[in-house]
Design a protein around this ligand. Structure first.
Ligand code: IPE
Ligand code: IPE
Ligand code: MG
Length: 265
């Protein structure tokens, strides 16, 4: 086989996708509720925060696999607006962990062409973390690989309130007519502006709830819940989620074979 043929774009594409999966039916966007860090640690007789530390490794693995397998976007729930109610020590550990991981991983993210963004009410985060976030966002903004969105101090309800307020301000200033407010106008005021809606939501550790995550964007996502705790999530668990996803028949309220256009842009 000639060298040129061996490296054709099609072959690279199909080599990326693991055996058993249909490369034409991969989700374009995966959202993940990374749950079960504390239980993972407790089960090992470790302090809860060790679960968060182990969870970072699982996130790195998942991001690399998604990037390698050609998934367009990964949105991970790292810290909710409700997580401030945890003991101060755990919250402080998490904020410091986010800072350290960003500092340590930024070069690798840059060279792997990852475009990172942080979604949430970032102004409430420690100033040092805010500065690292701004730097990482700027340095990776023109990268052409996977879109990696980290939901930090994120709440779906807060996001919708913020979007409503921004629309109201535009109406009050005369820039927008109330009749111009439609689904596109509202979606354009969400943190996720420009990102397609998630096709697949994965939640680890068995909980069957959304916990204030992407309330608008998950309207038609397929949901995969696994008993695996987040720190144990790796290639096998991701493959299971994708296999499950590919077994679903998505109907978007219509009938098989006819696809209404409800996917956000
Ligand atoms: C998810 O794991 C991580 C965050 C919410 C920051 P948890 O810390 O919620 O772990 P469990 O659910 O208590 O096991
Ligand atoms: C959701 O997990 C938030 C994150 C994964 C960051 P939680 O552990 O906070 O959710 P609940 O409390 O079980 O609903
Ligand atoms: Mg939890």
């Amino acid at each position: 086989m000639s060298r040129q043929l061996a490296t054709s774009a099609d072959q690279i594409e199909s080599r990326r996708c693991p055996d058993g999966l249909d490369p034409s039916k991969l989700p374009g966007h995966i959202a993940v509720i990374m749950d079960g860090n504390g239980r993972w640690a407790n089960a090992r007789g470790l302090p809860r925060v060790m679960g968060h530390r182990a969870g970072v490794e699982a996130l790195k693995t998942t991001l690399r696999l998604c990037n390698d397998w050609g998934i367009g976007a990964l949105t991970a729930y790292a810290f909710s607006t409700e997580n401030w109610s945890r003991p101060g020590e755990e919250v402080n550990f998490l904020m410091t962990l986010f800072e350290r991981v960003l500092q340590r991983e930024l070069n690798a993210l840059e060279s792997e062409q990852v475009r990172i963004r942080f979604l949430g009410d970032l102004e409430a985060l420690p100033p040092r973390l805010q500065a690292l976030i701004a730097d990482a966002t700027e340095r990776t903004a023109s990268n052409r690989g996977i879109h990696f969105n980290v939901c930090t101090n994120y709440g779906g309800r807060r996001e919708l309130v913020r979007a409503s307020r921004r629309l109201a301000e535009r109406v009050a200033s005369g820039e927008l007519q109330p009749s111009q407010i439609d689904e596109n106008a509202l979606a354009a005021e969400l943190y996720t502006v420009g990102e397609r809606d998630p096709d697949l939501l994965i939640r680890t550790s068995g909980e069957q709830r959304i916990s204030n995550f992407l309330l608008w964007q998950l309207a038609y996502a397929e949901i995969h819940v696994t008993e695996v705790c987040w720190p144990d999530f790796g290639a096998d668990a991701l493959l299971s989620a994708l296999t499950d996803y590919q077994s679903r028949r998505r109907r978007f309220g219509g009938l098989d074979g006819v696809m209404p256009d409800v996917l956000g842009s």
